[in-house]
Write a protein that binds this ligand. Sequence first.
Ligand code: DAH
Length: 345
Amino acid sequence: MSSTLSEITDELAALVAAAEEEVGAVVDAKALEAWRVKYLGKKARLSVLSREMGSLGADERPAAGKVLNEAKARVQALFDAKKAELEKQPGAAAEAPAIDTTLPGRRPRAGDVHPITKVYYEVRDFYLRLGFGIWYGPEAEDDFHNFGALNFPEDHPSRDEQDTFYLNDGLLLRTHTSPVQIRAMKAVEPPLRIIVPGRCFRSDAPDATHYPVFHQVEGLYVDKAVSLAELKGTLEAMGVYLFGPGTEMRFRPHFFPFTEPSAEVDFTCPRCGGEVCGVCHDGWVEVLGAGMVDPAVFENVGYDPEAWVGYAFGVGIERLAMIKYGITDIRYFYENDLRFIKQFK
Ligand code: DAH
């Protein structure tokens, strides 16, 4: 080796500076490999110098070895850093296949509105057009709102008809949306015209027509002169809106503690039009409960029962959807099987 220590030191400094500058321009694995061969390969200047170290005088060898090792370490560090940087880039792996831009793209699967939501929207839109507002209430209720204020007597069997999930602290999962009637009337002065959508809960074992979670839309209309005829006319119009022209309605006398008189309301089956099919049993489908607000309920919320009258109703959304789409098992709605869900576009 003919160079002196100071010449070697200068050369290495220049080499490191050049390596540093060039690595900045490296943008892919191929360029990095070329850079590595140039600065760290067997024929690289650093390797040649290493091999020639032995020919240096014994007095200069340790110092020369030190600067050489430092230079190697610097260049190796540049390589490691750039390699790590390239590996972090997506699709950087050297063996990643090239993208075939001629292949057709994969269409992302678009979501859609669940059939339960769809049917709720229809009911909602009907009542919004009539000038009803929307009110919401809590799913965890207390006995007063779910039962007491709705005129369910203590220890009366009608409470057991709605198998209730009880929670801690005197709370329960509401068994219907009717408690929100109470909350709304306690919150605002009459007149009042609202619908209340929401989830309800009953501890029923799931079968073709029962599910422990289901949806209702409650309706409440309170004013100075609200009549049973108005209730009938409104519900009849709803039946036509949901099931189509020619749909007929019938009121069957029934009992609900919070309405008097009360009725269960049926429509002619939109699927078979009066024949008997899998959805109906006698050409009629039962869709909701309704009635005139019981004066006792008005008293419980502080409305003067002499001054105000009202009607109320509660529609089961699953029931409506089953009739509308001819679904014979309520459990399909909650299995979230895409083959089922996709049919309601
Ligand atoms: N809450 C009743 C139920 O879940 C349905 C109902 C019936 C609601 C009559 C009403 C009504 O507002 O007037 O079975």
